[in-house]
Design a protein around this ligand. Structure first.
Ligand SMILES: [Zn+2]
Length: 166
């Protein structure tokens, strides 16, 4: 059996115990979290969030890509989120990633591709989180409308360190 088949089995149990029918489309705590997809980071557990309480947007590196922005703008304007957290973490896979090297390697092996345009590798975690905060705050449709704070999650302790603005 594949892992997807295992997951489908788990879902059957989930459905038998399902209790979330009552939830609203709007996140109850009016919070959106942009976090890295890292498998060690359990966003809901680490932040004490229950289903229905927050939007969780994830990608490699917690990067404010065009699609992350799309979700954040939608979260604020259509679904009522007022606060946005950016959550990166120590030992991130894209920390120190050489975009050019990875792209060249894949092109040599598999040929050219239009997308992704970038893998968004970054050399410094805190600076990247600051840059993501800037991207969100400065978007004309979010500017002055949402609280944006950034954090570095430590995968060895579970601690969230707040990243200062400057
Ligand atoms: Zn990561």
């Amino acid at each position: 059996m594949s892992e997807i088949d295992n997951v489908l089995k788990a879902n059957e149990d989930y459905v038998r115990r399902f209790t979330l029918r009552h939830l609203s489309r709007r996140p109850a705590r009016r919070l959106a979290v942009l976090a890295c997809m890292d498998a060690r980071l359990n966003v809901e557990q680490a932040l004490g969030l229950a289903p229905g309480e927050a939007h969780i947007i994830r990608n490699a590196g917690a990067i404010v890509t065009e699609d992350a922005l799309r979700s954040l703008v939608f979260s604020h304007h259509e679904l009522g989120a007022r606060e946005i957290m950016i959550v990166g973490h120590t030992e991130c896979g894209v920390l120190g990633l050489d975009d050019h090297e990875l792209r060249s390697r894949l092109e040599v092996q598999f040929g050219p591709a239009e997308t992704p345009k970038s893998f968004h590798g970054f050399p410094n975690l805190e600076n990247s989180i600051r840059e993501q905060m800037r991207q969100v705050r400065s978007h004309p449709w979010l500017l002055g409308r949402v609280v944006v704070r950034g954090f570095a999650y430590d995968v060895k302790t579970g601690i969230l360190h707040e990243v200062s603005d400057d």
